[in-house]
Design a protein around this ligand. Structure first.
Ligand SMILES: Nc1ncnc2c1ncn2[C@@H]1O[C@H](COP(=O)(O)OP(=O)(O)OP(=O)(O)O)[C@@H](O)[C@H]1O
Length: 249
């Protein structure tokens, strides 16, 4: 579904991403974890070309994104929804209008727009909030609006950048459940970046562990029992959090 091939990203002379190759499979929930500054957000943002790689290829649905031009990139981007830690809602638009934005840009008729927006809002449980403004909502409700906006275009992939980092643990659990339902009901591939081990552990099936712009490991999370993630990567992440030596060569 998404393949990164020898991707490198520099800011000036600093290499934020160093020749990473990664394959995200269609339908999976893939976690990306690592310490602050490891390059998680940069890697995610390269998957929809919000950041362009300096070297290497980003391939989505067998198409090399970095060789496409503006209109083609916009077309491919319709396959990708994205949500952020800070929600990125428009303050002077209602919940309904925030969700409708992508459909307006895609010139969907008003009748279809209304149906699809309401369907998305129903899915996230905010149908009755359609005329409210973002400032009237809780953090969890704002993230639900952002999710409704991200899925209203029926994307194939949902990219999530620290979607629960600003939320308390109960709201985090609820939002993760919404993401799980999106994956299961609509077969949407989910890539989720988080520095929170618990979030990744409870949602992801496979995890990329990053450090210093490189991949330390890619591991499967098995539903039961002790697995490689428990033994290896989780210990590594704990080590990162406590500022220990990670031995990444
Ligand atoms: N626009 C930019 N200009 C310069 N340096 C940047 C820019 N964006 C990111 N970086 C640097 O690249 C590195 C990776 O940043 P990135 O945000 O991808 O890390 P992260 O793992 O997502 O960290 P965090 O968990 O703190 O968000 C960091 O050292 C960061 O300072």
């Amino acid at each position: 579904m998404i393949t990164l091939h020898n991707v490198t990203k520099r800011y000036g002379t600093f290499k934020a991403i160093q020749s990473i190759s990664l394959n995200i499979k269609a339908g999976e929930i893939h976690g990306i974890i690592g310490a602050s500054g490891a390059g998680k957000s940069t890697l995610l943002r390269m998957m929809n070309l919000l950041e362009k790689p300096d070297e290497g290829d980003v391939i989505i649905n067998n198409k090399k994104l970095n060789h496409l031009k503006g209109k083609e990139i916009r077309h491919i981007r319709q396959l990708l929804g994205m949500i952020f830690q800070g929600y990125h809602l428009v303050g002077n638009k209602t919940v309904f209008d925030n969700v409708a934005v992508a459909l307006e840009i895609a010139k969907i008729t008003k009748k279809d727009r209304t149906e699809r927006v309401m369907e998305s809002l129903r899915f996230v449980g905010l149908e009755t909030y359609k005329d409210q403004y973002p400032s009237q909502l809780s953090g969890g409700q704002k993230q639900r609006v952002a999710i409704a906006r991200a899925i209203v275009n029926n994307p194939k992939v949902l990219l999530c950048d620290e979607p629960t980092s600003a939320l308390d643990s109960k709201t985090t659990t609820e939002i993760l459940e919404v993401l799980k339902q999106i994956n299961q009901q609509f077969n949407v591939t989910i890539v989720i970046v988080s520095h929170e081990l618990e979030v990744i552990r409870s949602l992801a099936e496979r995890v990329t562990v990053m450090a210093d712009g490189q991949i330390y490991d890619v591991v499967d999370i098995e539903p039961t029992g002790v697995n490689k993630f428990e033994k290896g990567a989780a210990a590594f992440v704990e080590q990162l959090k406590s500022g220990g030596d990670t031995n990444l060569s």
